[in-house]
Ligand binder design. Sequence first.
Ligand code: ADP
Ligand code: MG
Length: 702
Amino acid sequence: MTPVTEYFGSLVFNDTTMKQRLPKETYKALKKTIQDGKPLDISVANVVANAMKDWAIEHGCTHYSHWFQPMTGITAEKHDSFITPTDGGKVIMEFSGKALIKGEPDASSFPHGGIRATFEARGYTTWDPTSYAFIKDGSLCIPTAFCSYTGEVLDKKTPLLRSMERISHEAVRVLHLFGKKDVTRVITTVGAEQEYFLVDKKVYEKRRDLIFTGRTLIGAKAPKGQELEDHYFGSIKTRVSEYMKDLDEQLWKFGIYSKTKHNEAAPAQHELAPVFTTTNLATDHNQLTMEIMQKVAEKHGLVCLLHEKPFAGVNGSGKHNNWSLSTNTGENLFNPSSNPEQNLQFLLFLAAVIKGVDEYQDLLRVSVASAGNDCRLGGYEAPPAIVSMFIGGDLEAVLEAMLRDKEYESKGRIEMGMGVDVLPEIKKDTTDRNRTSPFAFTGNKFEFRMLGSAINIACPNIMLNTIVAEELSQFADELEKADDFERAVRHIIKRTYKEHRRIVFNGNNYSEDWVQEAERRGLLNLRTMPEAMPYYISKKNIDLFEKHKIYTPAETHARYEVLLENYVNVVNIEALTLTEMVKRDIIPAVTKYIKSLADTAIAKKQILPNISTTVETELIEKLSFDLEECYSKLMQLEFHIKEVEKHTKNHSEKQIQALSEYVCGNVLTVMRDMRTVCDDMEVNTSAEYWPYPSYGELMTSV
Ligand code: ADP
Ligand code: MG
């Protein structure tokens, strides 16, 4: 077996490869471009492109592709071969700097929301040299940003890069005030823990709902779910283990730092966590991870489900976005330390996050909104739709003490002998982990847990970076004018905590009490996506994005529309799938079973006129009643689908909002009712007649 150290990153044109393959001058010029974020000189690009092509061809590539992340949330690629015709009917393999830097895919088939007014079909992809090129399926993939002919941003990468710049700029301002003049850049780091389900491909293929929608739309509860809590961290089955090994190997070849793997709470549910890296890379890597997870599964006769709620009644899948800030000098800004000056610095950055999360609860909620995540938030073992923050008892006590101008008393208190109040080193385990919090401080980073498993992590990170950049800029403005710096810092921390402590909640977020308590505190509880989305385009939020040059107002509106369109489409596909399942499979199956019960009852009576046929007649009665009920719901659902389809094209912003509300209030409600009836029929129908594998079969199929 080849050692991991040898093949790690073998499919990536990374720094080591660049150093080996590029002339010294070119390498230096490229590095400078990457570090300063300046456009690449075409002569440099030509040399880089040629070296990339030679390397790719040696690895069996014939094509190259600009790899980008349109607003659909998934990745897009269009492949061009390296061939260039020459004399004599021959070809040579060529790749120019121009082709490396810029691509021109037809953009009209990608979502663009309200931008369509000024929109032309032409789109541009431009190389993002901060993310390495890599080889996938015989193509050299070049990570790129995607914008329209007129310059509007059409992807997730560009705003993410912008937000990283913004937070860096503001954090550096603050750090300079703390005397850290050697800090020139602050990097946001992210480690995205990824949850997923594995099911057997043969079983999967028998379920239209899984095939078309990624989740089960019906299915009676299995006798055994996750009640015994015997799956979480349980020993991994051989077939799953084989899959995980293969997956790790593939991920490592792509230079992805896959680190931790374990079974999750629900049967057939698992998790993968990478070592954290810069947000841009973490985003590209997470997109690749999801893709590779699905491909590797196929090789093993499995299907990897990334939907947020594939099965009702057991845990859904999330993605924990671990987020922190670190300086180019290697300091993690959320690492609480025992040095008093640094403590103030830490507390100030903490205050910025507290203020940001409170003021922009709405945006954080919007950033994780999807039809799939609506099925998960507030459900089994998932954070509620209410955004709050866990900081732990120790930190809370520190802030409370500061607020009252009292000394912080703690067992772990460290005396510095300078008469200055100091923080104990707040280690990860001085306080218990709170696993129910949507946004938890976990020792030296924040864990944003509301993300659904299928989401592109760019959006939540764009929001997070921008929000905290805004708060830091306000703090910096104030501090730059202050006469007594330390007093001013203390003042800001105290004031911020006083004004925003309502967002801090260290208790159980899953409890019903919290819903009421949160309401008393005036926190938002945006249960569904249509309820949350209008906040995206509120003046406060549009202004925020405009001020920080993340999105123009038109771009914010466009994103709002794209997301809502997606919501309506997803639910509509689910509704159509359920309709098809009921009409083509369930009704025929149940009527057939009723017929066989009736035949049996008649046959029995013929042989023994006085025999009891209670079982047959009662089942017939129950099932017939359910069938009637199911059919009447089906008629309602078909009516709603027609209503929705009348309006799905060419709508205004108001119309798409109304449509999403209609879908949420009507389509999904009827679908849930239908599910109840179908699940009841499943329980009462012979397994031989029921057209789909049961929950029990699905969850134990591997
Ligand atoms: P958990 O108990 O949630 O599994 P871990 O400490 O194992 O906590 O970390 C989970 C994730 O957090 C990993 O992906 C890890 O790389 C990431 N992480 C750790 N430190 C940081 C940091 N400073 N910034 C961003 N992510 C981090
Ligand atoms: Mg975690």
